[in-house]
Design a protein around this ligand. Structure first.
Ligand SMILES: Nc1ncnc2c1ncn2[C@@H]1O[C@H](COP(=O)(O)OP(=O)(O)OP(=O)(O)O)[C@@H](O)[C@H]1O
Ligand SMILES: Nc1ncnc2c1ncn2[C@@H]1O[C@H](COP(=O)(O)OP(=O)(O)OP(=O)(O)O)[C@@H](O)[C@H]1O
Ligand SMILES: [Mg+2]
Ligand SMILES: [Mg+2]
Lengths: 262, 262
């Protein structure tokens, strides 16, 4: 039975997609089977995993089924899952059409539980399900939190403005735990884009460790340009630049996550 | 009569808030009167302008009026406007409560025009109104686009993933122009966080200039740590580090924007 993790933080550009894609790649490389679920209308996880160009085109035009069809039309996820270039790493793709789902979900029955129900039939085929979310705390992210029995992983960029929204994020996590998913815990907090050259990174990291005393991963992800180059080739860091500081950090983070499993 | 600019891009962390706050500071320093309108529930523009601590606390708890009250309860914006430490620079603050507005707006009459109507009575008191938006294309951003008679300014981070969503953003701008605000133009595209050390920045910049042949500002904002430090002191770059590369770039960008006025 798969462990389902959701990566969430409403602050934009903090490394949610980069973490989902690269941790999943390391899990698959170690022999685990991983399913990435892209619940962001920007579909960055979908393109980062290099879905072939022609498929990417048809996703945009609406011919291929995406997570939108699973949520709004009840299409079976097993028919939406795509394989990627890497063995044991599968993807439920997204597309810009998902942007309309936030409003469409508002009037649907049990709207917060639709993703959880859609994923249930495929959990037994995977060791891990990793859900990427948009930078907001709307119904798409709430769906992802409701599905996350393994817990939520919170990437926090080592920047001052990234500290601001953590209180709101925790309130939302608590609300979802109380009324929708009693098993929702904070599986971990990942410090990202740490820049050793600036004092600011250290100050923010210290502040985050005070705020989440037990949950911050020891592994800190440094700012590393290889991580931002990899998606333009549709590759993960593991195949694009395996010896880079970014690859070493995500490798160590994956090991640390595996070590936290109960 | 004020020129109203909205800064929008659904990709997260691309420099929307940093651009609104710092361009507004340069406009005020040059003798113009500027009103920053924070339409993001993260309220990063509000905290970047150093709203006194006690005020920031009460904003979070809900005692003080914010843009939420103007949109959802019809409170007059003139009663919500706050002054900041800098002369001629005023603020309509936001707070986390605004996150609920996305859903509340769905059922309201003429919901996309509520911000435009709320701002109308105060336009004659300012030379510029600069609207910051959340990283999404939902009703809050649509409200901001509907209000933006001066046009939309699109910050684009010089990263591959930031290219992905531009098509969707343009479709939304065209939709708003066709059905809500015929005066909505693209006032400009700002390249941000340009890193001279990486090839990626140059490639992305070239791609953006191909995509928006006439609208990309000549001034490129470099990646500069002073810009990310300033908000932690509640200061703009102009007072925090006036000689930094970030300050020089935003000063030049402001001059370029003024030069484009018709
Ligand atoms: N450690 C890192 N070092 C350098 N660049 C990084 C790092 N992590 C992510 N990036 C780059 O920074 C940008 C933001 O990261 P990413 O898109 O993963 O964040 P996100 O939280 O998913 O953003 P959004 O809120 O828009 O969904 C991307 O261009 C990415 O390639
Ligand atoms: N040119 C720059 N150089 C270095 N850091 C920058 C620059 N511009 C912005 N930053 C920092 O990068 C982060 C993202 O910028 P900012 O918050 O302005 O983006 P945004 O688009 O408003 O994000 P969101 O989508 O969450 O609203 C912030 O921590 C900010 O301080
Ligand atoms: Mg993302
Ligand atoms: Mg912002």
């Amino acid at each position: 039975m798969a462990k389902v993790y959701t990566f969430a933080n409403q602050k934009g550009g903090v490394g949610k997609t980069t973490s989902v894609v690269n941790i999943s790649a390391f899990l698959a490389a170690q022999g685990c089977s991983a399913l990435v679920v892209d619940v962001d209308p920007q579909a960055n996880a979908t393109s980062s995993l290099g879905l072939e160009e022609h498929l990417a085109e048809s996703l945009k035009s609406g011919d291929e089924a995406t997570v939108y069809h699973a949520l709004i039309e009840g299409a079976p996820v097993s028919q939406i899952i795509q394989t990627t270039r890497r063995p044991r790493l599968h993807l439920v793709p997204s597309s810009p059409a998902l942007a309309g789902a936030e409003v469409e979900l508002v009037g649907m029955l049990a709207r917060e539980t639709l993703l959880r129900k859609a994923l249930a039939p495929v959990l037994r085929h995977y060791d891990y399900v990793m859900i990427d979310t948009p930078p907001s705390l709307g119904l798409l992210t709430v769906n992802a939190l409701t599905a996350a029995d393994g817990g939520v992983i919170i990437p926090v960029q080592c920047e001052y403005l990234a500290l601001e929204g953590l209180g709101q994020l925790l309130r939302t996590v608590n609300l979802v735990r109380d009324s929708l998913n009693p098993r929702l815990t904070i599986a971990g907090v990942v410090l990202t884009m740490y820049d050793t050259r600036t004092r600011l990174s250290q100050e923010v990291a210290d502040e985050v460790r005070r705020y989440f005393p037990k949950q911050v991963f020891k592994t800190v992800i440094p700012r590393n340009v290889r991580l931002s180059e990899a998606p333009s080739f549709g590759e993960t860091i593991l195949t694009y630049s395996p010896g880079s500081a970014g690859a070493l950090a995500y490798g160590a983070l994956t090991d640390e996550l595996l070590g936290r499993q109960v």
